[in-house]
Design a protein around this ligand. Sequence first.
Ligand code: ADP
Length: 240
Amino acid sequence: DLAEANAGLIRLNKAKSQFVSAVSHELRTPLAAIKGYASLLGSGQFGHLTNAQTERVTKVEKHADALTQFINNLLDIARIESGRETMTQSLIPIEAFLTAVQDVVTPQIESKQLHYTVTHDGISTLFGDSVHLQHVFVNLLSNAIKYTPEKGTIELAFTRAGEMIHSTVRDTGCGIATSDQQHLFQEFYRANDPINQTVRGTGLGLTLVKRIVEAHHGQIGVVSEPGKGSTFTVTLPAPP
Ligand code: ADP
């Protein structure tokens, strides 16, 4: 009975992924047009805009970007779940990798005046799909930044643990209640925390992160204490 129920769930999950993919694809094209026309209007090519008009057009662009990001996350999750997206397996020089990750998060770090440190004692390479793994660390760092007040601390560290590379993203932010921790990696889950009334998000980031880590045969976990901060750990196979 259990095997049959399981097979049914797998079929349903596959149907869900196909539906999500189809809808996301259909949404992407008109969204790109909205973004394109907003940016054309904003450029002043069709006449000068007042400050108030520029402000509104910028908002249209910003929301179109957020929606595009959301749809891309949905598509990526569906592609990885269905096995259509495979991870390349290559040696990734860690210095260049960290620079690429840092380039994305530096503006947010600076605007909140956060103290940011990176250590990777004795590790010179990671192993896997560079683009997807960058996504993992950009996402974890972006969350750490989002949920940490100004002048807090964020640490990214890589250490070797036998056949694995153990990485941690630690912050001194709001932390996560124990009752929320087990649900964080589920689609659309956002913690039941007052901060989420003001901090925008979709609850898809960590789902995608977990899918990517597992597609690398790795593991992800979290340890957190409300009010003190959170530490996300990602364990990945070390280079052969
Ligand atoms: P979101 O887009 O809401 O940030 P995620 O899937 O990235 O979606 O995260 C899910 C939820 O986990 C967030 O809504 C937030 O409540 C919580 N969370 C994630 N990272 C942190 C963190 N570093 N500190 C505190 N809460 C976090």
